[in-house]
Design a binder for this molecule. Structure first.
Ligand SMILES: [Zn+2]
Ligand SMILES: [Zn+2]
Length: 170
């Protein structure tokens, strides 16, 4: 997939036109910024400029355009009421732009978000914790503590405590 700067710009203008934000649509600038690391998108409220992380393209077209809408919502909230952040005005703008369930985060959708870790194991002695998709069937003890306090032999004293993790809906 190769989304050009031009594509981003056209998409932004169309989205703003659809909800009657004509004056903002004349001022908005948007482009890829290859220097961005883990931030998906960034909106500069003073200059009406949106910077997009090119790495987003690896997550598919929908992620790219949803991020554009997220950032546009920041520009809209600012232009309407001088509000920054992810408060009520931003949420209203997301609703207008048809992304009512948008998250208040700017980080890239990393692959780990797709495969959820479902179980948390914690050592009550050294507090280390590990996460697993599947429940560990056999009893497992903390290797570090067995090493440190039991000459490396398995001991029930260092069994991990098991906790189910709560999953978010996405
Ligand atoms: Zn945001
Ligand atoms: Zn331990």
């Amino acid at each position: 997939m190769n989304i050009s700067s031009e594509d981003l710009h056209t998409f932004s203008i169309d989205a703003l036109h659809r909800i009657g934000e004509r004056s903002l649509s004349k001022r908005v600038e948007i482009d890829w910024n290859p220097r961005m690391r883990s931030t998906a998108g960034r909106a500069n409220l003073q200059s009406n400029t949106i910077e997009m992380n090119p790495k987003l393209q690896a997550f598919g077209e929908a992620e790219v355009y949803t991020t554009v809408l997220h950032e546009l919502a920041h520009l809209i909230a600012w232009s309407r009421s001088r509000h920054r952040g992810h408060g009520a005005d931003w949420k209203k703008a997301c609703l207008d732009l048809s992304i009512p369930n948008e998250k208040a985060t700017h980080t890239l959708p990393l692959p780990s978000r797709r495969q959820k870790k479902k179980w948390l194991y914690k050592c009550s002695t050294c507090k280390v914790s590990i996460q697993r998709v599947r429940k560990i069937k056999r009893k497992t003890a903390c290797v570090a503590c067995c090493k440190k306090y039991n000459k490396g032999r398995y001991s029930n004293r260092f069994l991990f405590d098991e906790f189910p993790l709560v999953l978010d809906s996405k």
